[in-house]
Write a protein that binds this ligand. Structure first.
Ligand code: UGY
Ligand code: MN
Length: 245
């Protein structure tokens, strides 16, 4: 590390957003983890109504049990998912939604990393809890956002009101941007998984790149424009399908 970088970081925390860059990640095992560690990016301590962490596994690593429902998206290596009657290998871009209370194990035969989202499930009267879902981002067709072919959205969970959150990927060709500054009640957890760009959060503009995490609280003004020569892509969580009252 060169001396002039000491004491500096792009990470920022304000009341309505967090930019957490990899140089500031601190790792610790969560209960039940074996040969694995978590960097917790979003949790109630931050003001978030969900939890998101990067799980880093050594070969032979394992997650502990989930708090509420769990969504896992593999970014490096591969993971083995097992529950009664189900066995699946999740490669890069592979993901699973595990309903609350479903006993399961998630293990790594090789070193791996994943984004993990956990949330206390909010039931809707007369609506059954979602079932286990295992899929891969590559099998989800992209939809242009607001008719802009340079910005493709992939909804990783089906449009079913049973799900109380959404997770999408958003892929921007270099130069593509959101067509508006969004200000909305939903909060976001966002992991940059490819490329780079500029994120506006509140009244600040941040250069961001693959590996950076962002939390946006309710009503945090937000806008992104992609830079660089490769597409920029992020994985984004939002609370969804539930009444704000
Ligand atoms: O779904 C969203 O709210 C998304 N368009 N937000 C964002 O990219 N910051
Ligand atoms: Mn948004």
């Amino acid at each position: 590390m060169s001396m002039h970088r000491l004491g500096e970081t792009r990470s920022r925390r304000t009341p309505d957003h967090l930019l957490q860059t990899p140089d500031t990640f601190v790792w610790a095992p969560l209960p039940g983890m074996v040969n694995a560690a978590a960097c917790v990016h979003a949790a109630p301590a931050l003001g978030a109504a969900f939890m998101q962490y990067t799980a880093s596994f050594e070969a032979g690593g394992k997650l502990g049990s989930a708090v509420g429902s769990r969504f896992v998206f593999v970014t490096e290596g591969s993971l083995q998912f097992t529950s009664e009657g189900h066995n699946a290998t999740l490669g890069i871009g592979g993901y699973c939604y595990v309903p609350p209370g479903l006993a399961h194990t998630i293990t790594a035969d090789v070193a791996a990393r994943a984004q993990v989202i956990e949330k206390t499930y909010v039931a809707l009267e007369g609506v059954a809890t979602p079932k286990l879902l295992i899929a891969s981002e590559g099998s989800i067709p992209g939809t242009p956002l607001n008719g802009d072919d340079a910005l493709q959205v992939r909804a990783l969970l089906p449009p079913d009101v049973a799900f109380d959150f959404a997770v999408n990927t958003m892929e921007y060709l270099p130069g593509a941007s959101l067509s508006m500054v969004e200000v909305h009640v939903m909060e976001h957890g966002l992991m940059m998984i490819e490329g780079e760009g500029i994120y506006r959060l509140g009244d600040s503009w941040y250069p961001v790149a693959k590996g950076d995490f962002i939390w946006m609280g309710p009503y945090c003004p937000q806008w992104f424009g992609a830079l660089g020569k490769q597409p920029a892509k992020y994985l984004i969580y939002k609370d969804w399908n539930r009444h704000p009252m």
